[in-house]
Each structure stands twice: as structure tokens, then as C-alpha cells.
Design a binder for this molecule. Structure first.
Ligand code: ZN
Length: 269
């Protein structure tokens, strides 16, 4: 009898937990389960980002750095504008937007919770134009906007710590919690374009990124051209094995093409 009551209580708690953690991603309307608050994700993001920067070489090319920062700032404004128009500005509270260009030949870029982004110089050969760069940055910031990292971290906490309350996990096992965060982000360097998220998260980031780049004044049709160039560039790169988990390029490009009419409604020249 006692045991039944206990198990009933357990199920009830589980349901309450699910309800409190269930949210909806703006624009796509996808339901997600997320137990990690923004403040936690952001502060872990800030810490990992500054650790990453101390170990990395910033590009000394001022004009390219300026371009990356300019595109980043236009994407940032688009995200802020979208949030303001849709009563979502709270989700950007505590953000400390920052973009840096890293001297590194990898075809990579990534963003961390709290608005911290990097682009690698190697990728500029593929982005070619500001619109190409806006495609990548729109995509990366979309992962942050849709809280994909928190969703992955929630899964990590449940798998590795049996769903222990996060506050407890951080207080008792700070190293372990940080580890799960780093895993959710592939330890900073391997995330982004190089080691993509799941297929669902990737196509969601493509979708949202297209809207943000359009709002920032970049023609969304350029996203198709960018992913076509990326598909060719990847073939000659060593990262091909990692990228094999990636949704097939042709499927991705077709999905993006289907979303162009929607994105064009947001496009401001
Ligand atoms: Zn991605």
C-alpha cells in the first residue's frame, strides 16, 4: 500500500516536472523539454567562452574581423527585434553579445548561450560574402535562441545523474555538471558547423536562421548558395567523417529552398 502511494507520488512528481520543463520554440512551434534555466546556461557559456578565448588566436586581419562583427551585430539586432515584436525579450535577459574571428583553418563557427559567438578564418573561404556569413551566424545564434544546448544538457543530466535537481547537481557535483555542459557543446571547439546537433535541431536552426538573416537585411536565397558551397568544401576536408551524421546536404538544401518564401516575408532590403 505504502509502496503504491509512493510510486503514485513519484509519477505525479514526474508529470509536474515535465509540465514545468515543457516549452515551445518560437517560429517552429516545436515542443521541447528543458530543465536548465537560462541564467545557468548563460553563466556556463560565459565561462567556457572566456576559457576558449584565452587558448585561441584571434585573427589579426582587421577588415575581416570588422566584417564578422558587423554581420554579427546585424543578426543580433534582428533577434532582438524579433523578440521585442513577439513579447519574448525576457528570453534575452542577461545576454552579453560578443563575436570574435579566430585564426584557424577549420570550416567552423559556433555560438554559446548568452550570445557569445566565434567564426573561424577557414570558414570565410566558403561564406565568401556577408550574406554567406549571415547564413552561418543566423544558424548558430538560432541554436542559442531555441535553447538547443539546454535541451541537450537536460538530456545529459537525466542520463548521467538520474535527473537529480539541477540546483543540487551544481551544488554537489560542480565538475560533473560542467562536464555535461561541455559535452552538450562538444567542448567549445567542435560544436557548430563541424559537429552538428541532432537532425531536428539542425533543421530548426536552418529555419530560424533564415528568418533572422532575412530580418537583418540579407537575401535568404544566399543561404542556398552557401550550403551548396559548403557541401563541396566539406568533400575536400578532413572533417568528412564527423560530418557523416549530418543531414544529407541535398535534403537540407531542399528544406531551405522550401522555406525561402516564408523567409522572404521578413526580408528587408
Ligand atoms: Zn547547427
Amino acid at each position: 500500500m505504502k509502496r503504491t502511494l509512493k510510486s503514485k507520488l513519484f509519477v505525479l512528481c514526474g508529470l509536474l516536472l515535465l509540465l514545468s520543463g515543457c516549452t515551445e520554440v518560437a517560429i517552429t512551434g516545436r515542443k521541447q523539454f528543458n530543465l536548465v534555466p537560462d541564467s545557468t546556461m548563460n553563466s556556463m557559456g560565459f565561462q567556457s567562452y572566456s576559457e576558449f578565448l584565452t587558448k585561441s588566436k584571434l585573427s589579426k586581419d582587421f577588415s575581416k574581423t570588422r566584417m564578422v562583427k558587423r554581420v554579427g551585430s546585424r543578426i543580433q539586432k534582428a533577434v532582438e527585434q524579433y523578440c521585442a515584436q513577439n513579447n519574448l525579450s525576457d528570453s534575452l535577459r542577461g545576454y552579453q553579445w560578443e563575436v570574435n574571428l579566430i585564426e584557424d583553418d577549420s570550416l567552423n563557427a559556433w555560438a554559446m548561450p548568452g550570445g557569445k559567438m566565434v567564426v573561424y578564418t577557414g570558414l570565410l573561404k566558403v561564406t565568401q560574402s556577408e550574406a554567406g556569413l549571415a547564413t552561418v551566424m543566423g544558424h548558430e545564434i538560432a541554436h542559442v535562441f531555441a535553447k538547443h544546448g539546454a535541451e541537450r544538457m537536460t538530456q545529459g543530466l537525466i542520463v548521467e545523474m538520474g535527473g537529480v535537481a539541477l540546483s543540487k547537481a551544481i551544488a554537489n557535483r560542480p565538475d560533473k555538471t560542467k562536464n555535461i555542459f561541455m559535452k552538450s557543446y562538444g567542448a567549445g571547439t567542435q560544436v557548430g558547423l563541424l559537429l552538428p546537433y541532432s537532425r531536428v535541431h539542425e533543421s530548426e536552426a536552418d529555419h530560424l536562421g533564415l528568418i533572422f538573416m532575412a530580418m537583418a537585411g540579407y537575401n535568404p536565397n544566399e543561404a542556398v548558395n552557401f550550403w551548396q558551397r559548403m557541401s563541396v568544401a566539406k568533400q575536400g576536408s578532413q572533417t568528412i567523417e564527423i560530418l557523416s551524421t549530418h543531414p544529407a546536404d541535398s535534403t537540407r538544401i531542399r528544406n531551405i529552398q522550401n522555406l525561402i518564401p516564408k523567409a522572404m516575408q521578413y526580408y528587408r532590403q
